[in-house]
Design a protein around this ligand. Structure first.
Ligand SMILES: CC(C)(COP(=O)(O)OP(=O)(O)OC[C@H]1O[C@@H](n2cnc3c(N)ncnc32)[C@H](O)[C@@H]1OP(=O)(O)O)[C@@H](O)C(=O)NCCC(=O)NCCSC(=O)C[C@H](O)C(=O)O
Ligand SMILES: [Mg+2]
Length: 365
């Protein structure tokens, strides 16, 4: 472990100085595309500006025979697409490299950083098991950045998809000042934990609680009676764990994939649960999931109306007031400020949202 004194020193001579704070750039949807798929690649330029993050995927879902084509395709796309990636871009450019125990990960990094390191905002590392994985990537990136003459550090995002990664979650978050955030990888995590769901994210009808049985006049429980069941969220514990670890380390938590592309309703529910629990965004696997993510991970006009009224009513921010029959105080003010600040960040990049929030300006507090 590095000492506190050394933590923010570059890990290679000439590498950019690490950031002391991870910028809160909007990232409601991290949209995955396969850079070796011509049809998907052709859609990238028109998606710039409509989605917060475009992620060139090199890992799972890319056939082994296409790994090199995907890597080279990503270089071509990054070099040839205006407005994609870099600190000022409206649409960030991320990649998901291959797993560190695969034969491709090293070539992914040594190819991408010199070629498009100035465009790449975040590198997502799959199947992270512990701090050692992040430290390996951290040192290698510093060497490659120094060699390429880059002037800002590329950030790192870890996917939680093993039981060991979950157990080591705090040390992963704190392993490097490059750590930008965490995503849930529900498919790999389910397999590693030997969970019995075969779905890619989302709920499961078998994971439920059932209403108590009615009791008859003889005091006997009628277990065969019709009883309401309530489906539970298989991922609640994992997401909540991830949110706490990220908040503690000043980095950002994300829900991961929702594989039932056709079920846009359940997808929206899963995304909203993650938003309410504290996640800042999610993955999008299909173009139709982008609009869902943008909608869900943007505070509603109603929420912002209420939050602004609380801010106005609270004056200097201390004490307690009654608003619409409810108590508001220093703590609920902080809750409201979370939403107001998020709305400001999103309005800065999303003109339609800005218009909706601005329309509240004339309203009485
Ligand atoms: C899921 C898909 C395979 C579906 O593709 P397809 O059957 O082609 O869908 P459509 O016919 O509805 O597509 C309509 C058009 O849109 C284009 N398209 C589709 N998906 C994308 C996309 N992601 N980006 C850009 N464009 C896209 C199609 O080419 C069609 O174009 P056209 O014919 O010209 O109209 C496919 O969506 C897909 O492969 N998505 C990405 C899958 C992926 O990245 N998976 C990996 C992430 S999830 C994971 O790894 C699990 C995780 O790690 C864990 O452990 O949990
Ligand atoms: Mg996975």
């Amino acid at each position: 472990m590095r000492s506190a004194k050394d933590f923010f020193r570059p890990l290679a001579v000439g590498a950019p100085t690490p950031l002391t704070e991870i910028p809160a750039r909007p990232s409601r949807a991290i949209h995955f595309f396969d850079p070796s798929n011509e049809k998907m690649a052709a859609k990238v330029p028109q998606m710039v500006g409509t989605v917060d993050v475009l992620l060139g995927n090199l890992e799972d879902a890319i056939k082994a025979d296409n790994k090199v084509a995907a890597r080279e395709g990503l270089v071509t796309i990054a070099q040839g697409t205006d407005g994609l990636g870099g600190p000022q871009a409206k649409t960030q450019l991320w990649t998901r490299i291959n797993a560190l125990d695969s034969p491709w990960a090293l070539d992914d990094l040594t190819t991408l950083v010199p070629a498009i390191g100035d465009r790449l905002d975040v590198i997502m590392v799959p199947k992270v098991q512990g701090a050692e994985d992040i430290q390996y990537v951290d040192r290698l990136l510093a060497q490659l950045e120094a060699k390429a003459g880059l002037d800002r550090p590329i950030l790192v995002h870890a996917i939680l998809e093993t039981a060991r990664g979950m157990v080591n979650i705090e040390e992963i978050c704190g392993a490097s000042p490059r750590m930008q955030g965490l995503s849930l990888g529900p498919a790999d995590l389910a397999a590693d934990r030997r969970m019995k769901t075969t779905r890619v994210g989302g709920g499961h009808p078998g994971y439920l609680v059932r209403q108590d049985p009615p009791v008859n006049d003889l005091g006997i429980s009628e277990v065969d009676a019709n009883r309401t069941t309530y489906q539970q969220d298989l991922w609640h514990y994992t997401i909540a764990r991830m949110v706490d670890a990220c908040a503690m380390h000043g980095i950002y938590p994300y829900y991961g994939p929702f594989g039932d592309i056709a079920d846009v309703v359940a997808c929206e529910d899963q995304f909203r649960n993650a938003f309410l629990l504290g996640c800042v965004g999610t993955w999008s696997l299909h173009p139709k999931q982008i609009a869902i993510a943008n909608r869900v991970f943007s505070p509603s006009v109603e929420d912002i109306r209420h939050a602004r009224r609380v801010v106005a009513a609270m004056g200097d921010g201390t004490g307690a007031v009654m608003l619409d029959g409810k108590m508001e105080d220093d703590a609920s003010l902080k809750q409201c400020l979370v939403l107001v600040e998020l709305a400001e960040q999103l309005a800065a990049i999303d003109p339609e949202l800005k218009k909706q929030y601005d329309a509240l300006d004339g309203e009485e507090a």
